[in-house]
Design a protein around this ligand. Structure first.
Ligand code: RP5
Length: 177
């Protein structure tokens, strides 16, 4: 699927997109593919767009304002450097907004982390870790939000948690004495 085609889901699931991923630049695409893949593994559809708070503010605001009408339940906003996209999303929607500070740049994502996390009171952004861990966790946190009203998704998350534990237990078991 073209990154800008938006509304439909490209994963193997047949679901309508429930999560909207917006990112500030094409240079954020590889990182946010990890979020999209995680959602897809759980059968949850996502749309994604490149929309810049600084370079295409009108398009970004329109897309975010119309998200609820498209059936979106959670917005994931990813940006680097002076990262304002998540804040703009939270200012233009009452959907939960999860911010992913993109790594890279001279400050390795610290600038994006602070820009995303330090929202003034009244306009919340749930900020995840810098980089890939943040992208994957934004997807997992979206799934937890969706699972509040989706019991089969809840079961998948319980199984996923058990798999994570099993991996650590197996690694421990396989350690040479
Ligand atoms: C931000 O600036 C983007 O989200 C990206 O992480 C960073 C660099 O953008 P490009 O110069 O690669 O387009 O707006």
């Amino acid at each position: 699927m073209n990154v800008n085609s938006g509304v439909s889901c490209s994963c193997s699931c047949s679901e309508k997109a429930a999560v909207s991923i917006v990112m500030g630049s094409e240079s954020d695409k590889a990182l946010m593919q990890a979020a999209r893949d995680t959602l897809s593994e759980f059968g949850i559809g996502s749309e994604w767009r490149i929309l810049s708070a600084h370079r295409t503010p009108d398009q970004a605001i329109s897309w975010i304002r119309e998200a609820e009408a498209r059936g979106i339940k959670v917005i994931i906003a990813a940006a680097g450097l002076a990262a304002h996209l998540a804040g703009v999303a939270a200012a233009n929607s009452i959907l939960p907004v999860l911010g992913v500070p993109c790594d890279g740049g001279p400050l390795n994502g610290m600038d994006a982390l602070l820009s995303t996390v330090q929202m003034p009171k009244g306009t919340p952004v749930g900020t995840l870790a810098i980089g890939k861990a943040g992208a994957v966790n934004a997807a997992l946190l979206s799934l937890r939000i969706l699972a509040l009203s989706d019991s089969s998704l809840r079961q998948k998350l319980i199984a996923h948690k058990a798999r994570l534990a099993e991996e650590v237990l197996n690694a421990d078991k396989n350690l040479l004495p």
